[in-house]
Design a protein around this ligand. Structure first.
Ligand code: PMP
Length: 437
């Protein structure tokens, strides 16, 4: 019986060849977060819930553009709208009415959005929101939480799962405070230090909920403490926005942050992002009053991303897109748990809405918000284990998100889900044969 690695090498030979071409040309052989060991997949095309790699293997896709593709690959309405727009020109070097329509949709959907500004990506969104918070408060320091990911710029890279701070000046890092998601720690800090401008967080916990905010009342507590101390609260909804509910995590939990950062779904799966929030904070970008804060950007609110975003958000606003994805996620959770039971293996399957996480070897039951300690979840999903699960699932025709979970779209079918749970059972058997679990 060939090993997981041997099967991977065998099945994805074309990707190995492509990787050899990339090596020596692209440092690391490809984009950091797409790299899979021993070599990454090279994929040609996607359609709905599936994609086809250079070897012609069809894979059920749960990367879904790192969570961007709520309507799957090449959705006919988005494809048509974007193609149409392409033929009318891609950049006018001016603003366009598309930008207004797009901003209005964001405002209608995201409860705390009084003003909206578009960026080129999630990283740019968190950078802009942090600058706005510092500009508004006149204070310097930023609080983030351990393992919360907000992109790759200097202010958010510490303790974010990017395991190096090379190239980031100590002076910059000295303005960033990393805390455990713990209200007492936050209260203590606010009482000791009056130079805190902003707290940023993933509202479902680090890495799209891999490390949930299990402390009940945490979001409310952060809201209360930040308000009391005049600190700006940013919810980073790059993943959660339009997914955890139509109105994002804030819509689902009823907490109003001062600012919200978005990307991915907001731009219909194309490059783009947004910052939304309180008028008084965002009006620092306006030219009424004092225009204090600069924010240029060649491709901000470009007509192509705007068109994809408008198409996506219009559908989310008017159709049961979220309900459908959530329903498929529940089916997947049940199926994955059944597979674990049939294999007589322990493992927790948790996650909110259309996000599903797997932690092998953990036996807690909670279906949405795991209360297992950070350390146990970190061990259960460590690279040696999640890397093997990722390969074992690819061997069975399923591309998981990082070997730790699944992003479900509104176009995954019952059949996709059932085939995924069967694949999971076979992958578990392979992991057990190799004593990974
Ligand atoms: N914030 C969160 C919560 C994210 O998940 C990500 C990307 N996965 C980012 C920010 C950065 O977004 P981008 O990759 O578009 O720069």
């Amino acid at each position: 019986m060939p090993s997981i690695l041997e099967r991977y090498e065998q099945k994805f030979r074309g990707s190995r060849r492509a990787y050899q071409r990339a090596d020596g040309l692209i440092p690391g052989g490809g984009h950091q977060s797409r790299v899979v060991k021993p070599f990454p997949l090279f994929v040609q095309e996607g359609n709905g819930s599936t994609k086809r790699d250079v070897d012609g293997n069809e894979l059920i896709d749960y990367m879904m553009g790192f969570g961007s593709l709520m309507l799957g690959h090449a959705h006919p309405e988005i494809t048509k709208a974007v193609a149409n727009r392409m033929s009318q020109g891609t950049h006018m070097g001016t603003t366009s009415e598309l930008e207004i329509e797009w901003a209005q949709l964001v405002k209608d959907l995201i409860p705390s959005a009084e003003r909206v500004r578009f960026t080129g990506s999630g990283t740019e969104s968190t950078l802009l929101a942090i600058r706005l918070a510092r500009g508004f408060t006149g204070k310097k320091k930023l609080v983030k939480f351990r393992e919360h990911f907000h992109g790759w710029h200097d202010y958010v890279s510490m303790e974010s799962g990017i395991n190096t701070q090379v190239g980031i000046p100590q002076e910059t890092m000295s303005t960033v405070i990393v805390l455990e998601p713990d209200l007492d720690a936050l209260r203590d800090l606010f009482e000791r230090d009056d130079d805190i401008a902003v707290v940023i967080m993933e509202p479902t916990g680090g890495h799209w909920g891999q490390f949930p905010l299990a402390n009940p009342g945490f979001l409310e507590g952060v809201r209360e403490l930040t308000s009391q101390h005049g600190v700006i609260m940013i919810m980073d909804e790059v993943i959660c926005g339009f997914r955890i509910s139509r109105g994002g995590a804030q819509g689902r939990f009823g907490i109003m942050p001062d600012m919200t950062t978005m990307a991915k779904i907001v731009a219909g799966g194309l490059p783009g992002g947004a910052v939304a929030g309180r008028a008084d904070i965002l009006e620092q970008l306006g030219d009424s009053g004092v225009s204090r804060l600069a924010h240029p950007g060649t491709f901000n609110a470009n007509p192509i991303s705007a068109t994809a975003g408008i198409t996506m958000l219009t559908k989310i606003a008017n159709e049961p897109i979220n309900d459908r994805a959530d329903e498929m996620a529940i089916r997947l959770k049940v199926g994955l748990r059944d597979a674990l039971n049939r294999m007589e293996m322990t493992g927790q399957v948790h996650g909110l809405s259309s996000v599903v996480h797997v932690a092998l070897g953990v036996d807690e039951e909670d279906e949405e918000i795991s209360t297992v300690s950070h350390e146990r979840l970190a061990t259960a999903t460590a690279a040696d284990r999640s890397g093997k699960l990722k390969l074992a699932m690819l061997n069975e025709g399923v591309d998981m998100m990082g070997g730790i979970g699944f992003m479900i779209s509104a176009v995954h079918s019952e059949d996709d889900i059932d085939r995924t749970t069967e694949a999971f059972e076979r992958a578990l058997a392979a992991l057990r044969d190799e004593n990974v679990v």
